[in-house]
Structures are given as C-alpha cells and as structure tokens.
Design a protein around this ligand. Structure first.
Ligand code: CMP
Length: 140
C-alpha cells in the first residue's frame, strides 16, 4: 500500500478540553505524520459546505452549530494506508461502539461530540484537504 494523505479535524469538544496534544500523540503513535495543521474557527458557510453530504440528515443543524461553536484543528495526516489507519485510530463514530484505545473511546462525549473527523476515502480526502489547505501549506 502506497503512502496516502487523509484529512482530519480535531473537533470543538476536544479543543475546548485542551486535548489537541493527546489526540496528536495517538496519530503519531500509529505512524501517521502530521504534515499540515492549522487552528481555525470555522464560519457557518465553511461548516455547511464541508458537511453538505449530510444536509438532509435530521442532525445537520446540530452538527453545523457544534462545528462552529469553538475553534477546531484541521490537519493533513500522511502515512502508509493513511485513510484506513486514521479511521482505525479514531474508532467508531459512536463512542459507545468504539474499541478500547481509540481516540473516540478515550475522549469522545457522544455521537455528535465525537472529538475527531477523518476522511472516509482517498477521493474524499483530496476534496476535504483542498477545502482547507493549499499545497504549499502541506510539508511532508
Ligand atoms: P463525522 O465523521 O465528522 O461525520 C459526520 C458527523 O455527523 C459524524 O462525525 C458525527 O459527529 C455526526 N453525527 C452522526 N450521527 C449523528 C447523530 N445521530 N446525531 C448527531 N450527530 C451525528
């Protein structure tokens, strides 16, 4: 498997509780390199665009409100099989279903306040990375 890049967000529930470093340690322990990183307070427009695929879901409004409630950390993670590896390190979307040792098992508060987002495919990773990073902001 070739070296891949994936997009990650450390969400408001985690930045608020000062967990950025603890979450980054999980990525690095798993062999993922943080090759781009920026702290941003998303606008409503940015959050609505990012989660447009969920626009028809009943939780969309709640999701957008949450994502703009506090700053987030947007990241590009690089490594062998990075998309799948990141999803493994994050754990299941609902922390109640997440495996021991995963980020969501250790830190997430609920299915909504679940501490991290990670791309679900290499194709979506490219689209998501482009929403927040220019190529010169990613240094591998
Ligand atoms: P994420 O990986 O960022 O992608 C979409 C997000 O929607 C997901 O993580 C969850 O945080 C959120 N989400 C999914 N299901 C629900 C739900 N039932 N209620 C609130 N938020 C949800």
């Amino acid at each position: 498997m070739a070296i891949q890049r994936t997009f990650s967000i450390i969400k408001p529930d985690a930045t608020k509780r000062n967990l950025t470093g603890a979450i980054n340690a999980k990525f690095e322990e798993a062999g993922l390199r943080i090759v781009g990183q920026r702290r941003v307070h998303m606008t409503r427009e940015q959050a609505e665009k990012f989660y447009a695929v969920h626009a028809e879901r009943p939780f969309f409004g709640e999701l957008v409100d949450f994502m703009i409630s506090e700053p987030v950390v947007v990241q590009v993670l690089e490594g062998e099989n990075a998309v799948a590896k990141n999803r493994e390190v994050m754990g299941a979307t609902n922390p109640a279903d997440a495996d021991e040792g995963t980020i969501r098992k250790e830190f997430a508060l609920s299915i909504g306040e679940n501490s991290v987002h990670g791309s679900d495919s290499e194709e979506n990773a490219k689209i998501e990375i482009e929403q927040f990073f220019t190529e010169d902001q990613i240094v591998g």
